[in-house]
Ligand binder design. Sequence first.
Ligand code: BEZ
Length: 230
Amino acid sequence: MGSEPRAEPLRLGSIAPNFDAETTKGPINFHEFIGDNWVILFSHPEDYTPVCTTELGAFAKLEPEFARRGVKLIGLSANTIESHGGWIKDIDEISGSNLSFPIIGDKDRKVAFLYDMLDHQDTTNVDSKGIAFTIRSVFVIDPKKTIRTILSYPASTGRNTAEVLRIVDSLQTGDKHKVTTPINWLPGDDVIVHPSINNEKAKELFPDFKMVKPYLRFTPLPKEKTSAAN
Ligand code: BEZ
C-alpha cells in the first residue's frame, strides 16, 4: 500500500465526495442518495467478522431513531453485495434486527480509498491477500452534503451507536438553536449559548441563560426543543 497515492484528505466542512456504487438495495449515486437528508456513512473491514456483525445489528435496531431525525444510514464493507446478502441474514438472526438500509459492495476499496478509510498505519490490519482493511469510519453528512463529523475506530473496537445518535442530536439542535453542547450532553441537559451570540441577543433568545464566565454561558433547552423530541 505504501507506494499508492493517498486520497485527498477529507476534513470537517469538506463536501462529501460523490460516487456511484452497487449496494444491497441496488445501484446508487451517493449525492442522489443524500438528497435533502442527513446521512451516516459507516465502513466495515470485512463481511462475516464478529465485531462488524454486532455493529450492523445495533445500527439496524436504532434505524427508526435515525429516521425520525431525517437521517439515512448506509454501510460499506469491502466485499461483494452477494456476500453482504448472506451476511445480513446472519446479522438479523443474531441481533433480532431487520436490516433494511443499503450496504455498499466495495470489494475493490474504491469508495474506501475515496473516503480515506484504508488503514495505512497498522500493517497487521490486512486481509488474506495482504490488502489493507478499511477502518471503522463514520461520516456524518448534512443535507448540504457537508461532512460534519468524522470518527475513526480501529478494527478491534466496535463503535457506539448511541454516541453516533448523540452527535446527530448535537449537530441538529445546534444548527436550529444557535447553541453548542457540553461534555457528555444528552438531549434535555443544559446547552451552551453559541460564542458568536452577544449577551444582549442571548437575553432575547435564552431569557434563563446563566453566565458562569463571560465565555461560558449555559441555558436550559428542554428535550422537546431538541431533535430528540417525541
Ligand atoms: C471484526 O469485525 O471482528 C474484525 C474485522 C476485521 C479485523 C478484525 C476484526
